[in-house]
Ligand binder design. Sequence first.
Ligand code: SF4
Length: 421
Amino acid sequence: MGIYLHIPFCRRKCSYCDFNSYVTDESIRAAYVDALATEICWWGRALAGAADEARTTGAARSVYVGGGTPSLLTPNQLRVLLRGCEEALGITAGAEVTIEANPESASLAWLQDVRSLGYNRLSLGVQSFDDSLLKVLGRLHTAGDALRCYHDARQAGFENISLDLMFGLDGQSLDLWRRSLETAIQLGPEHISLYGLTVEEGTALAGQVRKGTYVTADPEFAAEMYGLAEEMLADAGYEHYELSNWARPGRQSWHNLNYWTSGPYLGCGAGAHARLGKYRFWAVSRPRAYIAAWVPGSAGVSPARPLVHARAGRPRSRENHRLSVNPLGLPEAALDGWEELTPSACVQESIMLGLRLGRGIVAAEFQRETGCRLEELVGPTLLELREVGLLDMADGAIRATRRGRLLLDEILARLFAGLEG
Ligand code: SF4
């Protein structure tokens, strides 16, 4: 099992961000950590008595504290959360314990404290090593801050560091992108994640696009940038193990691989998702509602001050059960919804996630998870996609080819149509 803890606070909203994160003052954070610790304890008790289909198999193999900006929490708050997981849920020896950090809010002292608490993997939101692009993105740090933070993290004893970079930005030439990649490679992190910028409705960036002050990247050019990254990272010895992720051998993120292979995970915190057996749960997204659900009577902040709600509004597309009965008896006020995954939803999810992986969909695993053979479900479509060079089938696995990775949406649309046909 993996455990995800969501910290939904940021100092400022980046122009492109539609994550569940809020610009708040410090006063709400202590109440939020109390609520999160309460939720973690609750899960410990609930899982001990859960029905078979929601039961997980023992202690957690990974903990991932993400956000938002987890580096806004104090080491003491992060200690409470990690010890809470250890005591209530159990964490295996040698587990991967990741914390996300933003360069401007992670000092050497903070990194040293956090490392000594047992966090052993750092995911650093660098995004670019070019100051003008960082400004366009609305980031608070400079390239210099990112370099300083990386070296501080090494000094603090982090031996497993991941860097996030973005491509497809307005004003980002191929040469600028190459230079950011070169800088990252020279630093030598164990893991690199690359994300193509997408403009989400409701974000500041979407407003800039409408006004014509931001120009979205041409998809062909973005694909060229992605191709350049594939070449440079392969030459530098990184394994392309997932669509957006590269790692040194043996340094893939266990936590994320667990998501992509449909493993069980808990998600605690505002807006977090959990998947246990055939059930999926998702929490209320507003921090104040989340706090009130887990620590009744707590207003979160006193006197009440409105949060600056900077989240982009995206309608929840999924029809879900509302909460009068949920299979684990989670407090109703804490949940936004839950669902029981149907067999066909499990099949679709396994296809969608499996094709993101470098190793592809492993036929035996797919059959174990879903009870079906993919060739029997969509055999003719698989062959067509192989014919046109988008899929590769060998060694008991089905993988997207290099070209297929760029056209994954098209592949999925054809396979899902094949499932319905
Ligand atoms: S992208 Fe920016 S605003 Fe969004 S969660 Fe990350 S740091 Fe916060």
